[in-house]
Ligand binder design. Structure first.
Ligand SMILES: C[S@@+](CC[C@H](N)C(=O)[O-])C[C@H]1O[C@@H](n2cnc3c(N)ncnc32)[C@H](O)[C@@H]1O
Ligand code: SF4
Length: 389
Protein backbone atom coordinates (compact mmCIF):
# COMPACT_ATOMS: atom_id res chain seq x y z
CA UNK A 1 0.00 0.00 0.00
CA UNK A 2 1.41 3.42 -0.86
CA UNK A 3 0.98 6.46 1.33
CA UNK A 4 2.43 8.81 3.86
CA UNK A 5 2.02 7.36 7.29
CA UNK A 6 2.20 9.99 10.00
CA UNK A 7 -0.05 11.14 12.79
CA UNK A 8 -1.08 14.54 11.55
CA UNK A 9 -4.33 16.27 10.70
CA UNK A 10 -7.88 15.70 11.84
CA UNK A 11 -9.14 12.19 11.35
CA UNK A 12 -11.38 11.11 8.51
CA UNK A 13 -13.22 7.86 7.76
CA UNK A 14 -13.78 7.02 4.10
CA UNK A 15 -16.82 5.11 2.84
CA UNK A 16 -16.90 3.72 -0.72
CA UNK A 17 -20.23 2.47 -2.07
CA UNK A 18 -20.48 -0.32 -4.66
CA UNK A 19 -24.15 -0.43 -5.69
CA UNK A 20 -24.44 -3.77 -7.49
CA UNK A 21 -25.66 -7.21 -6.36
CA UNK A 22 -26.22 -10.54 -8.09
CA UNK A 23 -29.89 -10.36 -7.09
CA UNK A 24 -32.05 -8.13 -4.94
CA UNK A 25 -32.88 -9.62 -1.54
CA UNK A 26 -36.58 -9.17 -0.71
CA UNK A 27 -35.93 -7.43 2.63
CA UNK A 28 -33.23 -5.02 1.46
CA UNK A 29 -33.72 -1.28 0.96
CA UNK A 30 -30.06 -0.43 0.53
CA UNK A 31 -28.94 1.35 -2.63
CA UNK A 32 -28.30 -1.91 -4.47
CA UNK A 33 -29.15 -2.85 -8.03
CA UNK A 34 -28.90 -5.78 -10.39
CA UNK A 35 -27.31 -5.13 -13.80
CA UNK A 36 -26.45 -7.54 -16.62
CA UNK A 37 -23.16 -5.91 -17.37
CA UNK A 38 -20.90 -3.56 -15.43
CA UNK A 39 -18.05 -1.71 -17.08
CA UNK A 40 -15.53 -2.27 -14.31
CA UNK A 41 -12.89 0.02 -15.86
CA UNK A 42 -15.36 2.88 -16.15
CA UNK A 43 -16.48 2.35 -12.56
CA UNK A 44 -12.92 2.27 -11.31
CA UNK A 45 -12.11 5.55 -13.04
CA UNK A 46 -15.26 7.19 -11.69
CA UNK A 47 -14.73 6.05 -8.11
CA UNK A 48 -11.14 7.30 -8.24
CA UNK A 49 -12.36 10.61 -9.60
CA UNK A 50 -14.93 10.90 -6.81
CA UNK A 51 -12.25 10.08 -4.25
CA UNK A 52 -9.97 12.73 -5.75
CA UNK A 53 -12.71 15.36 -5.58
CA UNK A 54 -13.25 14.48 -1.92
CA UNK A 55 -9.52 14.64 -1.18
CA UNK A 56 -9.28 18.08 -2.85
CA UNK A 57 -11.68 19.36 -0.20
CA UNK A 58 -10.16 17.58 2.77
CA UNK A 59 -6.39 17.84 2.49
CA UNK A 60 -4.19 17.20 5.52
CA UNK A 61 -6.51 14.64 7.05
CA UNK A 62 -5.48 11.33 8.54
CA UNK A 63 -7.64 8.49 7.27
CA UNK A 64 -8.35 6.11 10.13
CA UNK A 65 -10.65 3.72 8.27
CA UNK A 66 -11.86 2.82 4.79
CA UNK A 67 -15.09 0.84 4.36
CA UNK A 68 -16.18 -0.76 1.08
CA UNK A 69 -19.93 -1.20 1.51
CA UNK A 70 -22.85 -1.94 -0.72
CA UNK A 71 -24.51 -3.46 -2.48
CA UNK A 72 -21.99 -6.22 -2.80
CA UNK A 73 -18.41 -4.91 -2.84
CA UNK A 74 -17.11 -8.44 -3.27
CA UNK A 75 -18.28 -8.03 -6.87
CA UNK A 76 -15.65 -5.29 -7.32
CA UNK A 77 -12.51 -6.30 -9.11
CA UNK A 78 -9.72 -6.59 -6.54
CA UNK A 79 -7.67 -4.24 -8.78
CA UNK A 80 -10.32 -1.56 -8.23
CA UNK A 81 -10.14 -2.02 -4.46
CA UNK A 82 -6.32 -1.87 -4.64
CA UNK A 83 -6.43 1.27 -6.78
CA UNK A 84 -8.78 3.04 -4.37
CA UNK A 85 -6.72 2.13 -1.31
CA UNK A 86 -3.56 3.22 -3.11
CA UNK A 87 -5.13 6.52 -4.13
CA UNK A 88 -6.37 7.15 -0.60
CA UNK A 89 -2.79 6.67 0.57
CA UNK A 90 -1.52 9.09 -2.07
CA UNK A 91 -4.05 11.78 -1.26
CA UNK A 92 -4.27 11.56 2.54
CA UNK A 93 -2.11 10.38 5.40
CA UNK A 94 -3.11 6.88 6.37
CA UNK A 95 -3.17 6.15 10.06
CA UNK A 96 -0.56 3.48 10.84
CA UNK A 97 -3.41 1.37 12.22
CA UNK A 98 -5.87 2.11 9.41
CA UNK A 99 -8.82 -0.30 9.36
CA UNK A 100 -9.84 -1.32 5.83
CA UNK A 101 -13.08 -3.33 5.72
CA UNK A 102 -14.83 -4.91 2.77
CA UNK A 103 -18.35 -6.33 2.90
CA UNK A 104 -18.45 -9.68 1.13
CA UNK A 105 -21.21 -12.07 0.19
CA UNK A 106 -20.43 -15.72 0.83
CA UNK A 107 -21.10 -17.21 -2.60
CA UNK A 108 -18.19 -19.36 -3.67
CA UNK A 109 -17.18 -17.00 -6.48
CA UNK A 110 -16.84 -14.08 -4.14
CA UNK A 111 -15.17 -16.08 -1.37
CA UNK A 112 -12.56 -17.07 -3.96
CA UNK A 113 -11.52 -13.43 -4.14
CA UNK A 114 -10.87 -12.91 -0.44
CA UNK A 115 -7.13 -13.54 -0.76
CA UNK A 116 -6.95 -10.97 -3.58
CA UNK A 117 -8.67 -8.39 -1.41
CA UNK A 118 -6.19 -9.04 1.34
CA UNK A 119 -3.36 -8.55 -1.14
CA UNK A 120 -5.07 -5.29 -2.18
CA UNK A 121 -4.77 -3.98 1.40
CA UNK A 122 -8.09 -4.97 2.96
CA UNK A 123 -7.49 -6.02 6.57
CA UNK A 124 -11.02 -6.77 7.77
CA UNK A 125 -13.99 -8.48 6.11
CA UNK A 126 -17.63 -8.52 7.02
CA UNK A 127 -19.56 -11.45 5.53
CA UNK A 128 -23.31 -11.34 4.87
CA UNK A 129 -24.12 -14.83 6.15
CA UNK A 130 -27.69 -13.95 7.31
CA UNK A 131 -28.71 -17.48 8.39
CA UNK A 132 -27.13 -20.86 8.97
CA UNK A 133 -29.77 -23.10 7.40
CA UNK A 134 -30.80 -23.41 3.78
CA UNK A 135 -34.54 -22.97 4.31
CA UNK A 136 -33.99 -19.59 6.03
CA UNK A 137 -31.52 -18.55 3.33
CA UNK A 138 -34.13 -19.35 0.68
CA UNK A 139 -36.75 -17.38 2.62
CA UNK A 140 -34.33 -14.43 2.69
CA UNK A 141 -33.76 -14.80 -1.05
CA UNK A 142 -30.04 -15.39 -0.73
CA UNK A 143 -27.76 -16.74 -3.46
CA UNK A 144 -25.65 -18.86 -1.09
CA UNK A 145 -26.19 -22.04 0.91
CA UNK A 146 -25.37 -22.61 4.58
CA UNK A 147 -22.39 -24.71 3.47
CA UNK A 148 -21.13 -21.80 1.30
CA UNK A 149 -21.50 -19.47 4.26
CA UNK A 150 -19.55 -21.69 6.64
CA UNK A 151 -16.81 -22.22 4.06
CA UNK A 152 -16.54 -18.45 3.52
CA UNK A 153 -16.39 -17.83 7.27
CA UNK A 154 -13.62 -20.39 7.68
CA UNK A 155 -11.69 -18.86 4.80
CA UNK A 156 -12.09 -15.36 6.23
CA UNK A 157 -10.86 -16.70 9.56
CA UNK A 158 -7.72 -18.09 7.94
CA UNK A 159 -6.99 -15.00 5.86
CA UNK A 160 -7.85 -12.09 8.13
CA UNK A 161 -7.01 -11.26 11.73
CA UNK A 162 -10.23 -9.30 11.90
CA UNK A 163 -13.50 -10.54 10.42
CA UNK A 164 -17.18 -10.39 11.22
CA UNK A 165 -20.37 -11.85 9.87
CA UNK A 166 -24.00 -10.77 9.83
CA UNK A 167 -27.05 -12.77 10.80
CA UNK A 168 -30.69 -11.72 10.57
CA UNK A 169 -33.07 -12.96 13.26
CA UNK A 170 -36.73 -12.42 14.03
CA UNK A 171 -37.75 -14.49 11.03
CA UNK A 172 -41.35 -15.77 11.00
CA UNK A 173 -41.91 -18.62 13.40
CA UNK A 174 -38.33 -18.51 14.66
CA UNK A 175 -38.41 -19.83 18.21
CA UNK A 176 -36.04 -18.92 21.03
CA UNK A 177 -34.53 -22.44 21.17
CA UNK A 178 -33.94 -22.39 17.40
CA UNK A 179 -32.26 -18.98 17.54
CA UNK A 180 -30.23 -20.04 20.56
CA UNK A 181 -28.97 -23.08 18.64
CA UNK A 182 -28.11 -20.91 15.62
CA UNK A 183 -26.25 -18.47 17.87
CA UNK A 184 -24.24 -21.32 19.37
CA UNK A 185 -23.19 -22.42 15.89
CA UNK A 186 -22.35 -18.84 15.01
CA UNK A 187 -20.29 -18.35 18.15
CA UNK A 188 -18.36 -21.53 17.46
CA UNK A 189 -17.21 -19.97 14.16
CA UNK A 190 -17.03 -16.32 15.15
CA UNK A 191 -13.97 -14.15 15.45
CA UNK A 192 -14.13 -11.08 17.67
CA UNK A 193 -17.11 -9.38 16.01
CA UNK A 194 -20.67 -10.31 15.03
CA UNK A 195 -23.52 -8.21 13.65
CA UNK A 196 -26.95 -9.54 14.60
CA UNK A 197 -29.84 -7.68 13.01
CA UNK A 198 -33.49 -8.04 13.79
CA UNK A 199 -35.43 -8.41 10.53
CA UNK A 200 -37.27 -5.21 9.67
CA UNK A 201 -39.77 -4.71 6.87
CA UNK A 202 -38.67 -1.66 4.90
CA UNK A 203 -40.87 0.38 2.55
CA UNK A 204 -40.14 -0.25 -1.11
CA UNK A 205 -38.99 -3.85 -0.64
CA UNK A 206 -40.61 -7.06 -1.86
CA UNK A 207 -41.24 -8.05 1.76
CA UNK A 208 -43.06 -4.77 2.31
CA UNK A 209 -45.40 -5.49 -0.58
CA UNK A 210 -45.97 -9.06 0.60
CA UNK A 211 -46.57 -7.94 4.19
CA UNK A 212 -49.09 -5.45 2.80
CA UNK A 213 -50.96 -8.37 1.26
CA UNK A 214 -51.21 -9.99 4.67
CA UNK A 215 -48.23 -12.36 4.70
CA UNK A 216 -46.41 -12.82 8.04
CA UNK A 217 -42.74 -12.20 7.41
CA UNK A 218 -41.30 -11.49 10.89
CA UNK A 219 -41.77 -12.93 14.32
CA UNK A 220 -44.37 -11.09 16.38
CA UNK A 221 -43.28 -8.25 18.68
CA UNK A 222 -43.17 -10.29 21.90
CA UNK A 223 -41.14 -13.05 20.29
CA UNK A 224 -38.78 -10.53 18.71
CA UNK A 225 -38.17 -8.85 22.09
CA UNK A 226 -37.41 -12.25 23.63
CA UNK A 227 -34.98 -13.06 20.80
CA UNK A 228 -33.29 -9.68 21.30
CA UNK A 229 -32.85 -10.29 25.03
CA UNK A 230 -31.58 -13.78 24.43
CA UNK A 231 -29.06 -12.36 21.96
CA UNK A 232 -27.79 -9.80 24.45
CA UNK A 233 -27.44 -12.35 27.25
CA UNK A 234 -25.74 -15.03 25.20
CA UNK A 235 -23.31 -12.69 23.46
CA UNK A 236 -22.36 -10.97 26.72
CA UNK A 237 -21.71 -14.34 28.31
CA UNK A 238 -19.52 -15.24 25.31
CA UNK A 239 -17.43 -12.08 25.84
CA UNK A 240 -18.87 -10.17 22.84
CA UNK A 241 -21.25 -7.67 24.43
CA UNK A 242 -23.29 -5.30 22.28
CA UNK A 243 -21.34 -2.09 21.74
CA UNK A 244 -24.20 -0.91 19.50
CA UNK A 245 -27.78 -2.15 19.10
CA UNK A 246 -26.91 -4.81 16.52
CA UNK A 247 -23.14 -5.02 16.83
CA UNK A 248 -21.21 -7.22 19.21
CA UNK A 249 -17.48 -7.36 19.79
CA UNK A 250 -14.82 -8.42 22.15
CA UNK A 251 -13.69 -5.13 23.75
CA UNK A 252 -11.10 -3.57 21.44
CA UNK A 253 -12.45 -5.33 18.32
CA UNK A 254 -15.30 -2.92 17.55
CA UNK A 255 -15.60 -1.74 13.94
CA UNK A 256 -13.74 1.56 14.10
CA UNK A 257 -15.31 2.79 10.90
CA UNK A 258 -18.87 2.42 12.12
CA UNK A 259 -17.93 3.97 15.47
CA UNK A 260 -16.96 7.09 13.53
CA UNK A 261 -20.60 7.51 12.48
CA UNK A 262 -22.01 6.91 15.92
CA UNK A 263 -19.41 9.08 17.66
CA UNK A 264 -20.18 11.95 15.34
CA UNK A 265 -16.77 12.24 13.76
CA UNK A 266 -16.05 13.22 10.16
CA UNK A 267 -16.53 10.78 7.31
CA UNK A 268 -16.53 11.13 3.54
CA UNK A 269 -18.79 9.13 1.24
CA UNK A 270 -17.72 8.21 -2.28
CA UNK A 271 -19.89 6.37 -4.86
CA UNK A 272 -23.61 6.41 -5.68
CA UNK A 273 -25.87 7.50 -2.85
CA UNK A 274 -22.97 7.73 -0.39
CA UNK A 275 -23.44 10.08 2.52
CA UNK A 276 -20.72 12.11 4.18
CA UNK A 277 -20.46 14.39 7.17
CA UNK A 278 -17.59 16.80 6.96
CA UNK A 279 -16.21 19.73 8.88
CA UNK A 280 -15.10 22.26 6.24
CA UNK A 281 -13.85 25.73 7.17
CA UNK A 282 -15.19 25.28 10.70
CA UNK A 283 -18.70 24.33 9.58
CA UNK A 284 -20.30 20.93 9.56
CA UNK A 285 -21.97 19.70 6.36
CA UNK A 286 -23.74 16.60 5.19
CA UNK A 287 -23.02 15.52 1.65
CA UNK A 288 -24.91 13.11 -0.53
CA UNK A 289 -24.00 11.69 -3.91
CA UNK A 290 -26.60 11.01 -6.62
CA UNK A 291 -28.32 7.77 -5.74
CA UNK A 292 -28.90 6.16 -9.12
CA UNK A 293 -25.74 4.36 -10.30
CA UNK A 294 -26.05 5.63 -13.87
CA UNK A 295 -26.87 9.21 -12.85
CA UNK A 296 -23.90 9.22 -10.48
CA UNK A 297 -21.58 7.79 -13.16
CA UNK A 298 -22.64 10.39 -15.73
CA UNK A 299 -22.45 13.10 -13.08
CA UNK A 300 -18.93 12.20 -12.00
CA UNK A 301 -17.72 12.03 -15.59
CA UNK A 302 -18.99 15.53 -16.21
CA UNK A 303 -17.50 16.97 -13.01
CA UNK A 304 -20.57 16.59 -10.74
CA UNK A 305 -22.14 13.63 -8.99
CA UNK A 306 -23.31 15.37 -5.85
CA UNK A 307 -27.02 15.38 -5.08
CA UNK A 308 -26.99 17.70 -2.08
CA UNK A 309 -24.78 19.44 0.40
CA UNK A 310 -26.44 20.80 3.50
CA UNK A 311 -25.01 22.86 6.35
CA UNK A 312 -25.93 21.60 9.79
CA UNK A 313 -26.99 24.17 12.37
CA UNK A 314 -26.60 23.54 16.09
CA UNK A 315 -30.08 22.01 16.47
CA UNK A 316 -29.41 19.64 13.54
CA UNK A 317 -26.12 18.62 15.11
CA UNK A 318 -27.79 17.96 18.45
CA UNK A 319 -30.48 15.80 16.82
CA UNK A 320 -27.93 13.83 14.79
CA UNK A 321 -25.66 13.32 17.78
CA UNK A 322 -28.51 12.04 19.92
CA UNK A 323 -29.86 9.74 17.21
CA UNK A 324 -26.43 8.28 16.45
CA UNK A 325 -24.79 8.41 19.87
CA UNK A 326 -27.54 6.71 21.84
CA UNK A 327 -27.12 3.62 19.68
CA UNK A 328 -23.75 2.86 21.26
CA UNK A 329 -23.32 1.37 24.70
CA UNK A 330 -20.93 4.17 25.79
CA UNK A 331 -23.48 6.85 24.90
CA UNK A 332 -22.53 10.47 24.20
CA UNK A 333 -19.90 12.32 26.24
CA UNK A 334 -21.72 15.43 27.47
CA UNK A 335 -18.55 17.48 26.94
CA UNK A 336 -18.46 16.52 23.24
CA UNK A 337 -22.15 17.30 22.84
CA UNK A 338 -21.70 20.74 24.40
CA UNK A 339 -18.64 21.56 22.31
CA UNK A 340 -20.36 20.38 19.13
CA UNK A 341 -23.58 22.30 19.75
CA UNK A 342 -22.21 25.35 21.58
CA UNK A 343 -24.70 25.14 24.46
CA UNK A 344 -24.98 23.20 27.72
CA UNK A 345 -26.94 19.96 27.57
CA UNK A 346 -29.52 21.37 30.01
CA UNK A 347 -30.24 24.21 27.60
CA UNK A 348 -31.09 21.70 24.87
CA UNK A 349 -32.84 19.02 26.88
CA UNK A 350 -34.38 20.20 30.12
CA UNK A 351 -33.41 18.02 33.12
CA UNK A 352 -37.15 17.72 33.81
CA UNK A 353 -37.48 15.95 30.47
CA UNK A 354 -34.66 13.54 31.27
CA UNK A 355 -35.75 12.79 34.84
CA UNK A 356 -38.72 10.50 34.09
CA UNK A 357 -36.55 8.51 31.69
CA UNK A 358 -33.90 8.11 34.39
CA UNK A 359 -36.50 7.18 37.01
CA UNK A 360 -38.12 4.73 34.60
CA UNK A 361 -34.78 2.98 34.11
CA UNK A 362 -34.37 3.97 30.44
CA UNK A 363 -31.64 6.59 30.73
CA UNK A 364 -28.45 6.36 32.75
CA UNK A 365 -27.96 8.89 35.58
CA UNK A 366 -24.25 9.49 34.74
CA UNK A 367 -23.90 13.29 34.52
CA UNK A 368 -20.96 13.02 32.10
CA UNK A 369 -22.66 10.83 29.50
CA UNK A 370 -26.03 10.82 27.84
CA UNK A 371 -26.58 7.10 27.66
CA UNK A 372 -29.47 4.66 27.53
CA UNK A 373 -29.75 1.58 29.72
CA UNK A 374 -30.37 -1.89 28.31
CA UNK A 375 -34.10 -1.26 28.81
CA UNK A 376 -33.81 2.06 27.00
CA UNK A 377 -31.99 0.50 24.07
CA UNK A 378 -34.99 -1.79 23.49
CA UNK A 379 -37.19 1.28 23.17
CA UNK A 380 -34.68 3.57 21.57
CA UNK A 381 -37.00 5.31 19.13
CA UNK A 382 -39.39 6.25 21.94
CA UNK A 383 -36.53 7.49 24.15
CA UNK A 384 -35.07 9.61 21.35
CA UNK A 385 -38.53 10.92 20.49
CA UNK A 386 -39.02 12.00 24.10
CA UNK A 387 -35.60 13.65 24.38
CA UNK A 388 -35.88 15.58 21.13
CA UNK A 389 -39.59 16.48 21.37
C1 LIG B 1 -25.50 -3.36 3.24
S1 LIG B 1 -26.14 -4.86 3.75
C2 LIG B 1 -25.08 -5.73 2.80
C3 LIG B 1 -24.07 -6.65 2.83
C4 LIG B 1 -24.04 -7.67 1.72
N1 LIG B 1 -24.48 -7.17 0.48
C5 LIG B 1 -24.91 -8.84 2.08
O1 LIG B 1 -26.11 -8.74 1.89
O2 LIG B 1 -24.38 -9.84 2.46
C6 LIG B 1 -25.63 -5.00 5.42
C7 LIG B 1 -26.43 -5.91 6.29
O3 LIG B 1 -27.66 -5.33 6.66
C8 LIG B 1 -28.54 -6.35 7.07
N2 LIG B 1 -29.87 -6.00 6.59
C9 LIG B 1 -30.20 -5.43 5.42
N3 LIG B 1 -31.54 -5.22 5.35
C10 LIG B 1 -32.07 -5.69 6.51
C11 LIG B 1 -33.40 -5.77 7.05
N4 LIG B 1 -34.46 -5.33 6.37
N5 LIG B 1 -33.56 -6.30 8.28
C12 LIG B 1 -32.49 -6.74 8.97
N6 LIG B 1 -31.23 -6.70 8.52
C13 LIG B 1 -31.02 -6.19 7.31
C14 LIG B 1 -28.01 -7.66 6.51
O4 LIG B 1 -27.58 -8.48 7.56
C15 LIG B 1 -26.84 -7.21 5.67
O5 LIG B 1 -25.79 -8.13 5.70
S1 SF4 C 1 -28.85 -7.58 1.39
FE1 SF4 C 1 -26.86 -7.34 0.43
S2 SF4 C 1 -26.88 -8.78 -1.34
FE2 SF4 C 1 -28.99 -8.51 -0.69
S3 SF4 C 1 -29.75 -6.86 -2.05
FE3 SF4 C 1 -29.08 -5.91 -0.09
S4 SF4 C 1 -27.00 -5.27 -0.44
FE4 SF4 C 1 -27.52 -6.77 -2.07
Amino acid sequence: MSGRVAAQGASLALYVHWPFCLSKCPYCDFNSHVRDRIDQDRWRRALLRDLDATADETPDRTVTSIFFGGGTPSLMEPATVAALIGRAGDRWTLDPDVEITLEANPTSVEAGRLADYRAAGVNRVSLGVQALDDASLRFLGREHSAADALAAVDLAHRLFDRFSFDLIYGRPGQTAPAWRAELERALARAGDHLSLYQLTIEPGTAFYRRAGLGETLTSDDDDAAALYELTQDRLSAAGLPAYEISNHARPGSECRHNLTYWRYQDYAGVGPGAHGRLTLDGRKWTTQRLRSPEAWLDGIESGGGEEARTPLDAADRLAEMVMMGLRVADGIPVKQLEEETGKPLDAWIDPARRRPLIEGGFLDADPNHLRVTAEGRQRLDAVIGHLLA
